[in-house]
Design a protein around this ligand. Sequence first.
Ligand SMILES: Nc1ncnc2c1ncn2[C@@H]1O[C@H](COP(=O)(O)OP(=O)(O)OP(=O)(O)O)[C@@H](O)[C@H]1O
Length: 323
Amino acid sequence: MDATAAAEIELAGVRKEYPGGSVAVASLDLVVPAGSLTVLVGPSGSGKSTVLRMVNRLIAPTAGVISLDGQDVTKSDVVALRRKIGYVIQHVGLFPHQTVAQNVATVPKLLGWDRKRVSARVEELLDLVGLDAGLHGKRYPHQLSGGQRQRVGVARALAADPVVLLMDEPFSAVDPIVRGRLQQEFLRLQETVRKTILLVTHDVDEAVRLGDHIAVLSEGGKLEQFAPPAELLARPASAFVAEFVGADRGVKRLSVTPIPRQGLRAVGEVDGGSPRLPVSATLYDALAALLEGGTGHVVVTDGEGELGAMSADDIYTAATTGD
Ligand SMILES: Nc1ncnc2c1ncn2[C@@H]1O[C@H](COP(=O)(O)OP(=O)(O)OP(=O)(O)O)[C@@H](O)[C@H]1O
């Protein structure tokens, strides 16, 4: 699949008051840059799902404007709008009496594609999410693991090549190990497809791992902070954000901070048996390797060879530089 156009999502003064007077979102301004992955994170009841469901018009805002590439979604034809937006939810919502291939083919068939084009697309998508079309395509959802079902949900959402992907707790129904793997695969997939993704989670670690940007919401859909993960962890904008990201935010930052290429110590100074790791790794990986290795140092490498070494103090310095 080629990288196709992605659209900017803009919310301006968006409010949602449910019948009965509960104000899920009081007034939200948010811009989700085209082709980026923005995570909406916040405690239960902070309005995250409400925001997502307003973007694809499953519910209507009480006030304000939501636009895709400058076009007001409430003024677009709803069928055409939903074709532009893939939607993935926690329990996937696959059709139980249809095979995996039929599930993925749902939207292309609705669009009237001929059989050959539909089956080529299904094969391409299953391959993209790491499933074998020959093996898994003929199975029914109950014959798959939770993680495989989740991948089918993503494949189905991508079927008509939408410009936007909305994902509501997409990885929370699977165990932590499968979740970690799906998150990694999903990041690789996003490198290929470069959609504009708005993803909801209540899990800060997931937000940090996945987001180009993180929007932290508190009660009433109040935007507490909108920032890249490293900035959010280094400089929480309010006591609410600091508490929400957790007292271990310093440790979390290690996992989003790259190993520096400059200022490494000479490899000759350190024990030859020190663990080695690529410069593309994070400070978190470096610390983990250092603790595991027992020599007090790690050696950093790239394609050409050894770049230098780091001690625990060096990792500390790299983690706190720029504060
Ligand atoms: N259909 C509805 N009618 C009335 N109130 C609703 C409705 N749906 C949601 N709410 C209320 O709106 C608020 C926001 O709900 P929403 O589901 O958007 O939050 P959330 O952040 O996604 O929560 P969670 O993480 O628990 O899924 C909550 O107080 C909720 O009770």
